[in-house]
Design a protein around this ligand. Structure first.
Ligand code: NAI
Ligand code: MG
Length: 503
């Protein structure tokens, strides 16, 4: 690969063409510039150079998009379409994602910085799979028939049933760490249930969402059902979350902004679901198979450069194997090949932005100031692009910022422990977050006992970061409200109506 172009020469002709065209917002089936005419730059995180310009959508664009979604929900063909036809469109979106796998992987890798091999094998494939899984649910949304025994009308008879109805117009706001996959997690269920949507993609990584919206049009999604906005949090996301014609807000991102979303939605008591941050404990017991546990713990934190809400960022290792585990993970960290995402040999790309580089660097400084020691890494990598060395911090304690706060970078905080029942459970659960946890052990009873006592929405045993469209994902405590994926996610977008008829 040419070191000067950070892989740009490897882009396909269709991706080049996609990048060269003006990037607009999708409103009511039409691609249009922001009303104020403004645009903003999209940067390549491997170099800091401009790769595209997109519409800087603001309040007026939000209003237009919400009106379009409202009209498409209240009166459009979408509500009259049979569930089977909705399901066919969803399946087709999945097929088209698969057919465009290489282009989508290139766009994702260029925009976000993640290794192209990972974008191909994980992000794009999981996105296609999610739409196909949700296609099946479109025809399986069912109410119940319920027998009543109303005590104050003992002689009357009733026919009563529930209907599951789409909640209406949904505002969805997503982050930049898995741009395509987060769009899929959000859009799949919303379309399966028959809602309409205004999706705001992250300002750092708008490109794969724009391509996905083209694919949705190509698959036959009626105008106005999906409206896609590119814009910033305060000027686009905030008016979207507060818009009076929106029935429900679904947000993925920081816990801080999640709280702002709740406040914005409070005015008219919109329904809200949130998928937020984490500081997930990953636990290795003395009896663990270290050939599984060491690479497992390394990938739990280093996957996606640690920019993963469920990253296994607090590592608790039982005393007898602590030194060996820290040594093993540090060795893996030192061997990770850092480079631009588009380089096919890259194992870890840049962080997404200068802001995230600054944020992670400040955590590394604070760790050092508070007495933590890096057994590997600990610094920015190079001086171009937003690269950080994979880092393992030891000599850490519970008062440190690096222990308590979500770093969202490739930085692991390792700690030894002795006793599971009295000590480990308390320490592992001692966090405002509760998104995920990992347990590595060869003892089935210990693993299941721990899985039951960890306050987290997902517990992985002898594995980590395993996702499937069928498996619910979401957080306890300040990691969120509600679940993504599985049939559980359908609840996020359905209202239950009870119908009671005297017969
Ligand atoms: P963020 O929460 O600010 O951004 C996520 C999305 O929310 C973006 O689309 C953004 O435009 C939008 N947004 C921002 N402010 C908003 C507002 N007032 N109203 C409505 N929408 C708004 O996250 P950011 O700033 O990119 O990253 C900050 C930290 O958040 C990271 O360091 C990480 O710790 C955490 N984070 C967690 C994620 C997760 O998956 N749980 C994803 C991204 C970030
Ligand atoms: Mg922010």
């Amino acid at each position: 690969m040419d070191g000067n172009d950070s892989g740009l020469t490897s882009l396909s002709a269709t991706v080049r063409q996609f990048l060269s065209q003006p990037k607009k917002a999708l409103i009511n089936g039409k691609w249009q510039a922001a009303q104020a005419g403004q645009t903003f730059e999209v940067l390549n995180p491997a170099t800091g150079e401009v790769i595209a310009r997109v519409a800087d959508c603001q309040k007026a664009d939000v209003d237009q998009a919400v009106q379009a979604a409202r009209k498409a929900f209240d009166g459009g063909p979408w509500r009259r379409m049979s569930p089977a036809d909705r399901g066919k469109i969803l399946w087709k979106i999945g097929d088209l994602i698969q057919a465009n796998l290489e282009d989508l992987a290139q766009i994702e890798s260029l925009d976000n910085g993640k290794p192209i091999a990972v974008a191909r094998a994980a992000d794009v494939v999981l996105a296609a799979d999610l739409f196909r899984y949700m296609a099946g649910w479109a025809t399986k949304i069912e109410g119940e028939s319920i027998s009543l025994s109303v005590p104050y009308t003992p002689d009357a008879e009733y026919h009563a049933y529930t209907r599951k109805e789409p909640i209406g117009v949904v505002a969805q706001i997503i982050p930049w760490n898995f741009p395509l996959l987060m769009a899929a997690w959000k859009l799949g269920p919303v379309l399966a249930t028959g809602c309409t949507v205004v999706l705001k993609v992250a300002e750092e990584t708008p490109l794969s969402g724009l391509r996905l919206a083209e694919i949705c049009q190509e698959a036959g999604l009626p105008d106005g059902v999906l409206n896609l906005l590119t814009g910033f949090g305060e000027s686009c996301g905030a008016p979207l979350a507060a818009h009076p014609l929106v029935d429900k807000v679904a947000f993925t991102g920081s816990t801080e902004v999640g709280k702002l979303i709740v406040r914005a939605a409070a005015n008219d008591l919109k329904k809200v679901t949130l998928e937020l941050g984490g500081k997930s404990p990953n636990i290795i017991l003395n009896d663990a198979d270290l050939d599984i546990a060491i690479p497992g713990a390394a990938s739990a934190i280093f996957f996606n450069h640690g920019q993963t809400c469920c990253a296994g960022s607090r590592l608790f290792v039982q005393d007898k194997v602590y030194d060996k585990v820290v040594e093993g993970i540090s060795k893996i960290a030192q061997e990770i090949k850092i480079g631009p995402g588009l380089d096919p040999t890259t194992q870890m790309g840049p962080l997404v932005s200068q802001v995230q580089l600054d944020r992670v660097s400040s955590f590394l400084r604070s760790g050092e100031e508070q007495g933590a020691r890096a057994t590997c890494g600990g610094k920015r990598n190079g001086d171009k692009g937003y690269f950080v060395q994979p880092t393992v911090l030891v000599d850490t304690h519970e008062q440190m910022r690096v222990y308590q706060e979500e770093i969202f970078g490739p930085v692991l905080v390792a700690m030894p422990f002795k006793d599971v029942d009295d000590e480990l459970i308390r320490r592992a659960n001692d966090s405002v977050y509760g998104l995920a946890a990992g347990v590595f052990s060869s003892n089935l009873s210990s693993a299941h006992r721990l899985a039951a006592r960890l306050r987290a929405g997902t517990v992985w045993v002898n594995c980590y970061n395993i996702f499937d469209a069928a498996l619910p994902f979401g957080g306890y405590k300040q990691s969120g409200w509600g679940r993504e994926m599985g049939h559980e996610v359908l609840k996020n977008y359905l209202e239950t109506k009870s119908v009671c008829m005297s017969v």
